[in-house]
Design a binder for this molecule. Structure first.
Ligand code: ADP
Ligand code: MG
Length: 245
């Protein structure tokens, strides 16, 4: 399944003051792969996502995106960062902009797309996430599940090489979780490269090529879902699974 590496972390260390939050992380995500990241609260999953996108600096190690090392800062970083979309727990839509404007904003400003072309593409993406009828609404007029699907469409509008999801369904009422997971499943089937932090083990089982289990800033296991769920090797993973399954 794993083709060439699209995202590659080698020996990545990050500190918050004295807290060694990422401890020598080695992680490769192949093109078209879906990697689900799980682990206890505070284990560094969100920091890992933010690090992959250089929203956080690192103290040592390398992060490579599609063969290009991610620079620390500057214009080159902004360009590379735009190639990895991010979807957060809390949607982060602009409340005072319509759904359509939320989606076209970055393509027009950052990618210099023409407004008409960006709007046409936004409508296609809204159709893809099942929200074709909602283009002119404001975020507050939508349910949480609908808002999160807009956030996914917004990320897709930048034509990213990969998408990072940080607990995309954790803030949703239970009846809205599946509509978001279904969109993510479809993206996975379409070949999108995805790193997904989630507690939805059904999604991990059905969509992930690999499950990465983190604890205390380290990757403790990195295996196929089948191997991981049927026979977790580490005590930490067994303990974690016994609490959530
Ligand atoms: P997870 O997403 O797995 O719950 P996080 O990556 O959010 O874990 O956090 C890992 C550790 O880093 C936690 O101990 C958290 O308190 C700490 N941490 C996260 N963000 C910051 C920050 N901006 N400053 C200081 N400590 C932080
Ligand atoms: Mg987190």
């Amino acid at each position: 399944m794993a083709g060439e590496a699209l995202i590659e972390l080698r020996g990545v260390n990050k500190y918050y003051g004295k807290l060694h939050v990422l401890q020598g992380i080695d992680l490769t995500v192949g093109r078209g792969e879906v990697v689900v990241v799980i682990g206890p609260s505070g284990s560094g999953k969100s920091t890992l996502c933010r690090t992959i996108n250089r929203l956080e600096t690192i103290e040592s190690g390398t992060i490579t995106l599609d063969g290009t090392p991610l620079p620390e800062e500057g214009r080159a970083l902004a360009g590379l960062r735009a190639e990895v979309g991010m979807v957060f727990q809390s949607f982060n839509l602009f409340a005072h902009k319509t759904v359509l404007d939320n989606i076209t904003l970055a393509p027009v400003k950052v990618r210099k797309q023409k407004k008409g072309a960006a709007a046409r593409r936004a409508r296609e993406l809204l159709d893809r996430v099942g929200l074709a009828a909602h283009a002119d609404k404001y975020p507050a007029q939508l349910s949480g599940g609908q808002q999160q699907r807009v956030a996914i469409a917004r990320a897709l509008a930048m034509d990213p090489k990969a998408l990072l999801f940080d607990e995309p369904t954790s803030a949703l009422d239970p009846e809205m979780i599946n509509e978001v997971l279904e969109v993510m499943q479809q993206l996975a089937r379409d070949g999108m490269t995805m790193v997904v932090v989630t507690h939805e083990m059904g999604f991990a089982r059905s969509a992930a090529n690999r499950v990465v289990f983190m604890a205390d800033g380290r990757i403790v296991e990195d295996r196929t879902p089948e191997d991981f769920f049927t026979a977790p090797r580490s005590e930490r993973a067994r303990d974690f699974l016994s609490k959530i399954l």
